[in-house]
Unconditional design. Structure first.
Ligand code: XIL
Length: 314
């Protein structure tokens, strides 16, 4: 039993959750993950600032703990993430020379992927490279390169380091059928057309209870599938007020069922990662003031209606 077993019985690869040593050390989290999860994504421990805080000085402790726990418990891992404007150490942001930044990206990707070679199912090689209006996000990467070819550098280095890992481009707010989705799909097509190894696309799916993007979630998945036949829901949560009304709770249940069943109806949607186990540890309240209640277990680790709604979608 458990969500992962249920979804695998219907032909999907996994249900996963984000985790890290901090949450894994809580026995209630660990027990839920053992039963419910087939995949773990490090919530923070493989981000650039965590793993290479100063140049060529690597901090493996938390990432190793996460990887060892996953392996001991038979869970696959989604690596997260290399080229991202956020949680990026200042020594990287300060680089202004293209040749230097190229070798810094190559060294980072190669060193991390080599350490975990054969242990990572899929990597978010790049994350959030678009603004919400569909333009290229300003970052040290886009500024120094002046075009998208920082992605070529990262994906090519990743393929060389661990040819068995699936390489994904990941982003958020792809749910609203606007320029961001259109341009994301086009970028993946362009990358593939020039031989850059992109195997999968990740749609984070940080959603809002009752939002119109949810009934059309399947259409979004269909658009993404025109770019890649491996579409992964990588960071699912559906937030609402941190103390929701009963109608918000029942809408959340409807929404979870809709998202999961949209994935189930499409062979191109291959797996679902939920961004946390319990509302106690969700990232939402710290970023979206007054909001929360976004996950499948409440702050006391009791299963919510959202859990049963997820099951109903499978
Ligand atoms: C979040 C984590 O959940 C937080 O603990 C951290 O403080 C900030 O990052 N998009 C992503 C994730 O790709 O890495 C982010 O995770 C949430 C938004």
């Amino acid at each position: 039993t458990g969500l992962d077993a249920l979804i695998k019985a219907k032909g999907k690869k996994y249900v996963g959750f984000c985790a890290d040593p901090g949450t894994l050390s809580n026995s209630q989290n660990a027990a839920i993950l053992q039963t419910e999860s087939g995949q773990l994504t490090p919530e923070n421990s493989m981000k650039w600032d965590a793993i290479e805080p100063s140049q060529n000085s690597f901090n493996w402790g938390n990432a190793d703990t996460l990887v060892n726990w996953a392996q001991t418990n038979g869970k696959i891992i989604r690596g997260h993430t290399f080229v991202w404007h956020s949680q990026l150490p200042s020594w990287v942001s300060a680089i202004s020379n293209k040749a230097t930044l190229t070798s810094v990206i190559q060294n980072h990707v190669t060193t991390v992927m080599t350490r975990y070679k054969g242990k990572i199912y899929a990597w978010d090689v790049a994350n959030e490279v678009f603004n919400d209006d569909g333009t290229r996000r300003t970052s040290v990467f886009s500024t120094v390169f002046g075009d998208w070819t920082f992605l070529d550098v990262a994906f090519n280095a990743a393929r060389a380091a661990d040819p068995a890992a699936k390489l994904c481009l990941n982003d958020y707010n792809l749910d609203y059928s606007g320029s961001k989705l259109t341009n994301f799909v086009q970028l993946v097509k362009d990358l593939k057309a020039r031989g850059v190894p992109v195997d999968c696309v990740g749609t984070q799916s940080h959603l809002v209870v009752g939002n119109g993007a949810i009934p059309s979630f399947g259409t979004t998945l269909d658009s993404l599938a025109t770019a890649s036949s491996d579409v992964q829901i990588t960071e699912l949560d559906i937030r609402t007020s941190s103390s929701p009304s009963s109608s918000q709770i029942s809408q959340q249940n409807t929404d979870y069922t809709n998202v999961v069943s949209a994935c189930m109806k499409r062979s191109t949607c291959t797996g679902i990662t939920v961004w946390g186990v319990s509302d106690k540890d969700s990232w939402i309240p710290s970023v979206f003031s007054g909001q929360g209640y976004a996950l499948l277990w409440d702050s006391n680790f009791s299963k919510k209606g959202a859990y049963n709604a997820f099951v109903a979608g499978i």
